[in-house]
Every structure is written in C-alpha cells, then in structure tokens.
Design a protein around this ligand. Structure first.
Ligand code: SAM
Ligand code: SF4
Length: 479
C-alpha cells in the first residue's frame, strides 16, 4: 500500500512502549490545547498501559470533546439496500461463498418504504449501505443513485430525510461525480486493515482483493469533488496500535494532498456474522479497555474529526464512549436489506456478549452481522438526555454547504460548536413535538430549558424565536 509506510509505523511503535510518565503528561497537556498530535506522540499514547496515565488520557479526551463538539450527539440509521456481493471478505455474511444467506436487493419502492419507516420513528439522517453487486444487470452506480433518489423521495407526514451518507464499494472518478451529484453527504469507505499481508488474506477474491484500489478510492472521491469523506478500520483483523497509527498516517496523507482530511472516522469491531466462521474468532480481538483507549487517542490526535460509533457495540459501552470522543451514533439499526419494515428479529446476545442460540437464525438470515445495542431511537434519545447530551438530527452544515475545508475552517476556531449546539436544540425540540414518547418529552423539555439558560442573551432570543415558529408548524429553521 503505497500511501502507508508500514516499516515507519512499526518503528514508531517500538520505542513508544518505553515512554516515561513525564513524556506522556507532556503529550496529554499539548492535546488539551487542541493541537494535533504527531504520529510519534499518538504512538506513545497508544502504548500506555498504566491506569493512572490512562485516566489522564480519558479526562483529556472528555475535555477536548466538550471543547469542540459541546454536548451534541448526531443520530442516524443505516439503510441496507442489498446484500448481493461479488467479494469474499472472511468476516462478512454477505460474502459470495455464503450460500445460506437470503439474498435480497431492494427495489425503489421498497427502499422508499424503509426510509419512511425510519422517518416515522424520527430519523432524519440515513447511511445507505450495499454489497458490491447491483441487481438486474444494472451498474453499481446506477443502482446507488436510483436508491438515493428513492430515499430522498420518502415522505412521512411532511418529514423528509435530510441527508443520505453512503457506504458502498469503490467507484471510478466519473462515477464518484455522479454519486456526488445525487446529493450525498459523506462517502464512507473503510480500509478494513492497513496491514497488507492481512488485507490479502482476508480478502481472497473479487475487486476488493486489491488493497491499493481501495486506498486510492478516496483520492478518486476527493478528485471527483466529494469533500466529505469517512474512513475507518475494522478492528480485530490486525494489531490495533498499528491500525490506528496507519489510519492517522492515511489522514495526514489526505490532508497534505487535498488540503482537507476526512470528516469522520468509524471504529467498527468485528461482530459475529452468520456463514463467516472467521468473525467468531478474530485474530486480534480488541478488548473493551483497548477500544476505549484508542477512541480517546483518536480524539486527541485529530480533535476536529468526527468519530462514529455504531450499534455493533453494547448500550453501556456506547454511553461511556460518548464522553471520550464519539460525536455520532446510529440507533435502532438493522443490518439486513428490508429489515425495518419486515420486522425481522435482530440477533440478541446474553449479558456475557454471547449470541443467544434460540434467537439466532443467522445461518439463514439476511443480516450482515449481529448488532449489540437493541434500543429503540426513543430509548437512545432518552439515554442521551439523561447524560446531559443533546440528541441532534441536524443536517444544516451539509445544506448550507459547510462541508470539507469550509467546515474545518469553522471547526478549528470553535465557531461550529455554537452553531451545532443551537441546531441540536432546535432539532431536539422538533423531535419532542413530532415523535417522542411522553417520558422523553418531559426529560427533553427539561434539558432544553436548562441548556437554554446557559446561552448568551442573543442566542436565547434567537432560540425563542425559532421555537415559536416550530410551535406553529415550521421545521428546519437552522442557524
Ligand atoms: N461492501 C462495501 C464494503 O465492503 O466497503 C460497503 C458495505 S460493507 C456492508 C460496510 C462495512 O461493514 C465494511 O467496510 C466492514 O468494515 C463492515 N463489516 C463487515 N463485516 C463485519 C462484521 N462481521 N462485523 C462488523 N463490521 C463488519
Ligand atoms: Fe461484500 Fe462489503 Fe461484506 Fe466484503 S464487507 S463481503 S465487500 S458487503
């Protein structure tokens, strides 16, 4: 992989294991001034083992998260449009070898129906996800753009999806232009592993077997004008320290070449996937403690990049990770095409994290992997409110063209935090009026009242005005 110097990364990790506390404290102090860390500094923090220093890293990550993002947490849901796939990724149920999987590619009507189901729960942001084979001899790009149009066409009592992000296979530059023109927000692509040997082992066939094509895809997306990019590693495939450092070095490469880095980082861990034996025993299974550490180190290393956490993780851990740097979470997710409207049961686990055999119909289901957080959107909103976070359904930046470099120019001086917090309060108020349970209505209103009192007199006035409009039926009144 030509953008990644594996030897350099291994060499940075070796001396990092021996760092003394004074050096570690110096790096933590630097990170609190919101300065980016060097790769060497990130390597040093990733190597920390002693509890005292770890606590300091967690405290610093909370501080940085609060400084840049304030209390808002953005909510979204994935919408799987197809599980047909020409690749054979060892860890994924959708792999072409998996004969037991019920294959399904949704048509435009079904996709609209799925989006309307999500709209009826209160969702406004969707991550469209697909395997790498389109139905009916269609090209992938035609299937994606048609599906995006169906999602935007969905309507529930006047509510519309405000932003469609996409996680799909790499495209050519001209196809990426088409994808951008279809009105997407972020294009997400996870490298899975930056360790070339491992990459080749777990991706034995299909277009995904070429690691450089995947790495170069983000260059093509940027060149095509998509300035909102999401990257990620699939943790469990190789050593987490190497992967995290390699991802940070990929970010540096993108920033140098395109003047702007990724908008978000995703941190999926391998979850059990039916028909993919490998997923049950990942070679580098990541413990919860190391997971927490790497998220905190990412927060300190790239303070202005959003961190996304999915329902792969259990509720208690998700709640904990919010204060360590996570800025976006999914809720009420289903990983099968058509999963929302059909009511297909989501696989459940017992309290030790072991999949429940009685409920487990993985072998013949259509799901990609098990999710671990089964709460409804309303329950997730309730948990956020209880912890003092503002659940946000905002997509104002995208609509007001605050993306890519323009977003970063606002994020760096901290200007974006003010806008995000106000818009989060506005969208929470809309959610409370339109979708919330009675219990969430009460706790949400209490939170809004409390946080409004902390605003400047000008912002209080602005918010009061917007709320009056919302009461009269207006929506999407953004700052
Ligand atoms: N097919 C496209 C691709 O592979 O890039 C996009 C969709 S794929 C469904 C989205 C992501 O799911 C992959 O990039 C991978 O990281 C993740 N994934 C696959 N199998 C998984 C598993 N067993 N547990 C957790 N995440 C998994
Ligand atoms: Fe296909 Fe993506 Fe699953 Fe690999 S991870 S089998 S490419 S859907």
């Amino acid at each position: 992989m030509k953008q990644i110097n594996a030897e350099k990364i291994h060499n940075l990790l070796l001396p990092a294991a021996e760092a003394d506390r004074r050096k570690i404290d110096g790096i933590i102090n630097k990170s609190k001034s919101l300065k980016r860390l060097t790769l060497e500094e990130s390597a040093t923090l990733l190597a920390v083992q002693d509890v005292g220093s770890l606590e300091k890293i967690f405290a610093a990550a909370s501080f940085v998260k609060e400084k840049i993002y304030g209390k808002r947490v953005v909510l979204f849901a994935p919408l799987y449009i197809s599980n047909f796939c020409c690749n054979n990724c060892a860890y994924c149920s959708f792999k072409s070898d998996n004969q037991a999987l019920q294959r399904k590619a949704l048509d435009p009507g079904e996709i609209k129906q799925q989006a309307e189901w999500l709209l009826a729960r209160g969702h406004k942001r969707i991550l469209m996800v697909a395997g790498e084979s389109a139905p009916d001899e269609k090209s992938n790009i035609d299937y994606y753009t048609e599906s995006i149009a169906s999602i935007y066409a969905a309507d529930f009592k006047g509510n519309k999806i405000k932003r469609v992000n996409v996680n799909c296979a790499p495209l050519s530059e001209s196809e990426f232009k088409e994808l951008k023109n279809s009105g997407i927000g972020t294009y997400q692509l996870f490298q899975e592993t930056y360790h070339e040997e491992t990459y080749r082992q777990v991706h034995p066939s299909g277009p995904k077997s070429d690691p450089d094509n995947r790495l170069d895809a983000l260059n093509r997306a940027f060149s095509a004008g998509i300035d909102d990019i999401g990257i990620g590693v699939l943790y469990g495939l190789y050593d987490y320290k190497f992967e995290t450092l390699a991802m940070l070095s990929h970010i540096q490469y993108l920033e140098k070449r395109f003047n702007v880095g990724p908008h978000t980082i995703s941190v999926p861990r391998i979850e059990p996937a039916g028909g993919a034996e490998f997923s049950l025993h990942p070679p580098h299974q990541l413990s919860d403690n190391d997971f927490k550490k790497l998220i905190a180190v990412l927060r300190l290393s790239v303070p202005y990049t959003g961190i996304i956490l999915s329902t792969r993780e259990e509720a208690f851990l998700r709640d904990e990770l919010l204060s360590l740097g996570v800025s976006q979470i999914s809720a009420e997710s289903h990983t099968a095409p058509g999963g929302y409207a059909s009511g297909t049961p989501r696989a459940k686990r017992n309290c030790a994290g072991v999949p429940h055999p009685a409920e487990e119909s993985r072998q013949n289901s259509a799901t990609q992997f098990d999710v671990a957080d089964h709460r409804s959107l309303d329950e997730v909103v309730a948990a956020l409110i209880e912890k003092g976070f503002i659940p946000s359904f905002c997509a104002a930046c995208y609509r007001k063209q605050r993306t890519g470099e323009a977003f970063m120019n606002l994020a760096k001086p901290g200007t974006i935090k003010g806008k995000c917090s106000l818009n989060a309060l506005v969208t929470l108020q809309e959610y409370l009026l339109d979708f919330a349970s009675d219990k969430v209505k009460v706790s949400g209103e209490r939170l809004i009242n409390r946080l409004s009192r902390e605003l400047s007199a000008n912002d209080q006035e602005l918010l009061k005005n917007i709320f009056t409009h919302i009461d009269c039926g207006a929506r999407d009144e953004f700052v």
